[in-house]
Write a new protein. Structure first.
Length: 410
C-alpha cells in the first residue's frame, strides 16, 4: 500500500516494513482527539462531541483504516464507522445495556451458551478498531488485553463436559488481536475435545487491519481445520487491494470466509451500495452471509434503520442478482431470543395438494404436491442416539406429536 502524505507526516515517515506490521499498527492506533484532528478536519462542535463520548467509550483507529477516511467529509462511510460523534451520548428509550442478554446466558466466565449445539467464546476484550456501532460496547476495550490462560479454564471445562456442543464461535473483542501463540493454545485445547467439529473465528482484521493475515497465521490455522472465519465488511470503500489480499490468503489456506454486515443508516442503507459490496466480496472469495439489523446497544440509535429498510434491500436484490450475492437479513432479538431471519414473502397460498408462489418480478405459479406423501427415512433410526443430530426441542415436540402446544419459559 502506498502510504499517503498525511500518514507519513503524522507517523514520522514510517518504513514499509513498519506500516505492514500488524503489531506496529496496533501500537500506533489513533486513540485521542489530539491525534485525530491532525489526520482529519474537525469542526469545533465535532471536537466537543468527541471529548464527551471519550469520557464513556473508547476510540481506537488503526493507521491503515484511518488512511481510508476522507479528510474533509464527515459523511465518509469509513469515517462514520470509526470517529465518535455527539449522537453517542444520546440514550433512547429503546436502548439496552446488554441488548442480546449475553450476560444472562454466560454459563462460565467468557462463555455464552444460547443455542443447543454452539457456544460463543469471548477470549479478549481488545479490538484493533472500536467500531462506533458495536453491540458489545459495554465490554470492549476495558483492559485491551487477551484473557489469560487461567481465565479460560472454566470455559474449557464446560465445553468438554457438554457433548451437545459441536461448534465454537471464538470472538471478543477480536480474537486475531491476540498473538499466534495464544490463539494456537486455545485452538489446540479445543481440538483435544473430541465432540468439537467446527471452530469459527469472528474477526474484523481483514477489513481494518489486513496485515494481520500473515503466512504464519495461515500456517497455524491450517493445523486445526475445519476453521471458518466470519468477517465484517460494511461498505465497498473498505474493499482495497490490502483487504482483498488478506481474504485471498485465507481462502488459499483453506479457511472459508463469510461476511456479516450490519445495516447502518446513511452508510450502507441502500440496495445499490449493498449489492455492490456483495459483488465485490464474491470476487475475493468471501461469501455474503448475514446483514444484521443494528442492535439496541446504548448510544447507537443514530445508526439504526427501520426493519423495513433491510427488507426492501433484500427484496430488491433477490432474483435481481445471483443467489450467492444475497445475504440473509437477520434481527438478533432483543432480550436474548437469538437470530430471526427475515425474508420477502414469496408464498401466496397453500392447500392440501398445491402451493402458490410469486417470484421477484411478481410472476405467480402453482406447485403441485405429489400423490405419494410418505416422507419417512429408513436410515433416521441410525442417528436417533446422536445427541446433536436428534434434538427434540422447541417445535420438535409438536412435529413429533409428543405435545399439542408449547409455552416458552420466563
Amino acid at each position: 500500500m502506498k502510504i499517503s502524505g498525511r500518514m507519513r507526516k503524522f507517523f514520522k515517515n514510517p518504513t514499509d516494513n513498519e506500516w505492514n506490521n500488524w503489531q506496529w499498527q496496533i501500537r500506533n492506533r489513533i486513540t485521542t482527539l489530539n491525534d485525530l484532528e491532525k489526520i482529519i478536519r474537525l469542526t469545533k462542535d465535532e471536537k466537543d462531541g468527541i471529548r464527551k463520548v471519550l469520557k464513556e467509550y473508547r476510540m481506537a483507529i488503526t493507521p491503515y483504516y484511518a488512511s481510508l477516511m476522507d479528510e474533509e467529509n464527515p459523511l465518509c462511510p469509513i469515517r462514520m464507522q470509526a470517529v465518535p460523534t455527539i449522537y453517542e451520548t444520546h440514550k433512547s428509550k429503546a436502548d439496552l445495556h446488554d441488548p442480546l442478554a449475553e450476560d444472562r446466558d454466560m454459563v462460565a466466565p467468557n462463555l455464552v451458551h444460547r443455542y443447543p449445539d454452539r457456544v460463543l467464546f469471548l477470549i479478549t476484550d481488545q479490538c484493533s478498531m472500536y467500531c462506533r456501532f458495536c453491540t458489545r460496547r459495554r465490554l470492549v476495550g476495558q483492559v485491551d488485553k487477551p484473557r489469560k490462560a487461567e481465565e479460560l479454564e472454566k470455559a474449557f471445562e464446560y465445553i468438554s463436559k457438554n457433548k451437545k456442543v459441536r461448534d465454537i464461535i471464538i470472538s471478543g473483542g477480536d480474537p486475531l488481536t491476540t498473538s499466534d501463540e495464544h490463539l494456537e493454545y486455545i485452538l489446540k485445547r479445543l481440538r483435544m475435545i473430541k465432540h468439537i467439529e467446527i471452530i469459527r473465528l469472528g474477526s474484523r482484521t481483514p477489513v481494518v487491519l489486513p496485515m494481520r493475515i500473515t503466512d504464519n497465521l495461515i500456517k497455524m490455522l491450517k493445523k486445526y481445520q475445519p476453521v471458518y472465519l466470519n468477517t465484517h465488511f460494511n461498505h465497498p470503500k473498505e474493499v482495497t487491494e490490502e483487504s482483498k489480499a488478506a481474504c485471498e490468503r485465507l481462502a488459499d489456506g483453506g479457511i472459508v470466509v463469510s461476511n456479516q454486515s450490519v445495516l447502518l443508516r446513511r452508510i450502507n442503507s441502500s440496495y445499490i451500495v449493498m449489492k455492490k459490496l456483495c459483488h465485490l466480496l464474491l470476487r475475493m472469495r468471501v461469501r455474503p452471509y448475514y446483514i444484521f439489523q443494528c442492535d439496541l446497544s446504548e448510544g447507537i440509535e443514530h445508526f439504526r434503520t427501520p426493519v423495513s429498510k433491510g427488507f426492501e434491500i433484500i427484496e430488491r436484490m433477490r432474483g435481481h442478482t445471483s443467489g450467492l450475492a444475497v445475504p440473509t437479513l437477520v434481527v438478533d432479538m432483543p432480550g436474548g431470543g437469538g437470530k430471526v431471519p427475515i425474508f420477502p414473502n414469496y408464498l401466496i397460498s397453500m392447500s392440501e395438494n398445491a402451493t402458490v408462489f410469486r417470484n421477484y418480478k411478481g410472476f405467480i405459479s402453482v406447485y403441485q404436491d405429489p400423490v405419494e406423501r410418505d416422507c419417512s427415512c429408513e436410515t433416521e433410526k441410525d442417528f436417533m442416539k446422536d445427541p446433536v443430530a436428534h434434538s427434540p426441542d422447541g417445535l420438535g415436540h409438536l412435529f413429533d406429536k409428543r405435545k399439542v402446544s408449547i409455552e416458552p419459559k420466563e
